[in-house]
Structures are given as structure tokens and as C-alpha cells.
Design a protein around this ligand. Sequence first.
Ligand SMILES: NC(=O)c1ccc[n+]([C@@H]2O[C@H](COP(=O)([O-])OP(=O)(O)OC[C@H]3O[C@@H](n4cnc5c(N)ncnc54)[C@H](O)[C@@H]3O)[C@@H](O)[C@H]2O)c1
Length: 351
Amino acid sequence: MKTILITGGAGFIGSNFVHHWRKHHPEDRIINLDALTYAGNPENLTGIEEGANYRFVHGDICDNELIPKLFEEEKIDTVVHFAAESHVDRSISGPEAFIKTNVHGTFNLLEAARNTWANDSGCRFLHVSTDEVYGSLEADDPAFTETTPFAPNSPYSASKAASDHLVRAYFHTYGLPVLTTNCSNNYGPYQFPEKLIPLVFINALEGKPLPVYGDGKQIRDWLHVADHCRGIDAVLQNSHPGETWNIGGCNEWTNIDIVRLICRHLDELRPADRPREELITHVTDRPGHDRRYAIDAGKIMRELGWKPEYTFETGIQQTLAWYLENQTWWERVRDGEYRKFIRQQYEELAI
Ligand SMILES: NC(=O)c1ccc[n+]([C@@H]2O[C@H](COP(=O)([O-])OP(=O)(O)OC[C@H]3O[C@@H](n4cnc5c(N)ncnc54)[C@H](O)[C@@H]3O)[C@@H](O)[C@H]2O)c1
């Protein structure tokens, strides 16, 4: 039995992981630590009850009194670290919070683990990171492998790269039993509606403009969040400490094609007066926008037998159905902070 500290477990991927872990490892005790920033939502955790094997702690990973206390008090033996400032656009308008949480917060967690865990105790610290640390690819470049040099281009990816380096250093310097996963773009239930797929879906449903950065030809590799959670689980159970693992869907799409796909599905599910593709509106591109990311997930497939269970077709259908069934969830989320962000970001559309 493990006592697992999940940081950022009220966010998009973290909350999906809490549901995953509760379902597949019901005997383990989960401590979910989340600061509940604009991106954290306790309603993502509906059905997860406080009790002997679940505790929610409202707190900041940068808090250097709370974190060591939590490690001691709860006898944490496993960390799955999701907590982060995660939105590239927000990192461009306000980078400081990214350095604080992503770099300093990760450092604080590593220190607590180093000061609490004895060597060879079977403990694990799994750091969840992104493919964005590797930078941008040209159309014909091979996909990122675990040995691709880091070349981050935004304050977000630079802060994640810094945290990945710290995690690596704690393995080499102190022998801390760390693992790192670098994953491609996720989609699925509970994704905050400022991200591409939920944003386009909700605007299309409501007949509002569908903002597409620049020419929309930026390429991303998409993975269903449930497959990401299964990948993290596989790494946690089977990897030697010190390893890094790329997780990706082998599923490259341009942004504009994704927007068109969502429009087509929605036209079938909820017919409108005119095709929703007509709502597509190109807006000024994000500064330094990376052109292409692609993950080579060969290592995790070969060595741990992981592969995605969702195709993009089935995953998108499941996700759109979830957003249609959970309208109250996203209507409540998009009040407040979200609406302010959308107004600033897409001023030119006057949404
Ligand atoms: N979303 C993706 O496509 C993607 C892809 C690859 C990797 N990742 C990584 O996965 C992780 C989770 O991403 P996400 O999309 O779920 O992010 P998210 O923004 O939806 O969730 C982040 C969570 O962390 C919490 N948090 C933020 N600052 C905190 C702090 N100082 N202390 C405690 N909690 C804090 C927030 O309240 C929120 O619940 C991140 O580390 C991100 O870099 C995301």
C-alpha cells in the first residue's frame, strides 16, 4: 500500500489521475495538495470522498513549512507532481507565477522528499512534464525522443525545463528516486475551457467566433488524458529511478484541422442553421508560437508495453459527449477568471 501525494490534483490532468488512481489502486491513500488557483476546481473531484484513504489539502507547493510537515505527518512514499502554472498564453502576459510555482515549487517538493526519504526505501518522485521543453520542430524533423536536447521557447516551457533539470540533478547528486514523464498535448474531460478543444467546442455550441491563432497550421501531437494517466501509472510501477519517458499519441494534427473536426462533429450532434466552420476567425498569432511538436513514444511502448487506447476519433467523440453532458460544470468554470482572460486574449473578437 502506498501513501501517494498528488500535487495539482484539482486541475485537468491531476483530477483525472486522482479518479484513475482511486479506481485502479483503491487500497492506497491519496493526499491531494492543490492551491486552487483559477485552474483548480474541486468540482473535478466529484465522487472522491474524504476519508481513510483520501485527504484534500488546500495549500501551495512553495510553502516550505507545509510541505515537509505533510511528508512527515502522512508518511508520503510516492509523489506524482502535476501542480504547475500550465498555460503558455498566461506565461507570456505574466511569467513570474510560472517561475515561482514551476521552479521554486518543484524545488521545495524535492527538498522535502530528500530530507524525509531514506535511501533504497522504495519511494518514488514522479515529475510530470511536457514535450514543450524540447522546443519547436520543422515539418520534416524526426519526433522528440528522450535524448533530444532541451530548447524551450516560452516562459512556460522554460520554467518546466528548469524543473526537469532540477529533478534530474536530485537523482544524480542525492540519489533521490525520481522519474520524469514528458507528454504531448492532452485533451479530455475536465479541461479548463481556455484551452483549444473545450474553447472551440463551447464557442461553436453557442454560435460565437472560433479564434484560431495565425494560419492555424501549428502542429501538435494529441493524447487523451486517460491514456496519459495510464502511462504515468505504468512508469510509476515499472521504471527504474532516474529514467525519463516520453508519452504521446503518435497523433499529429494542425490546430485548424482540429477546429474543423470539432465543428463537423457538433454539426452532427447539434445541427445549427449554418455549418459551424463559418465561425472560424483567424486572430493575431501568439509571440514565439512553436510550429510543431511531435513525440516519439517508442521507448514506453517497447519497454513498458504502454500504448494509447483511444484513437483521436473515439477520444474526441467521448470528450465532446462529456462536455455536452456536463454543461453545468463548464458554465460554472467559465465565470470570473476565465471570462476576464478570454476578454484580454481575444480583444479583437469582442467575445
Ligand atoms: N495539459 C497538457 O496538455 C499537458 C501536457 C503535458 C504536460 N502537462 C503538465 O501536466 C501538469 C498538469 O497540467 P494541467 O493541464 O492539468 O494543468 P492545470 O493548469 O489544469 O492544473 C494545474 C493545477 O495545479 C494547481 N496549482 C497551481 N499552482 C499551484 C501551487 N503553487 N501549489 C499547489 N497547486 C498549484 C492548480 O490549482 C491546478 O489545480 C503540468 O505540470 C503540466 O506542465 C500538461
